[in-house]
Design a protein around this ligand. Sequence first.
Ligand SMILES: [Zn+2]
Ligand SMILES: [Zn+2]
Length: 128
Amino acid sequence: MNLELRLESVHEGILASGTVVVDVAGECGRCLDPLDYEMDVHIQELYYFETPAFAGEDDEDELYLVDDDVIDLEPVLRNAVVSALPFQPVCREDCSGLCVECGARLDDEPDHHHEIIDPRWAALKQLK
Ligand SMILES: [Zn+2]
Ligand SMILES: [Zn+2]
């Protein structure tokens, strides 16, 4: 991860904003080809000096505090990056995926198909 962050002192705390550049590695959800690309994620989070008065019990997990003059970026980065990742990554929007019969990669073999014999006619084929 590469971070370019700006930390600003504001009345309630420290405002952290900037860009995270992450290397994404995985595989295409359709054809299983490896994926490897860079993704930019923008973050902006206010770290409060103290729990603000408006915060209820339920909000406390979602608020970030400055703790002993230190801010913890990890949960903020993790949330931002994980929610920016595609739910089903693909190598190309129109990736055709794999043949369900034999697993051939359909983008490599555009004419790929199988003779599918209707099982009700299969017996007739043997008569030929
Ligand atoms: Zn693919
Ligand atoms: Zn096939």
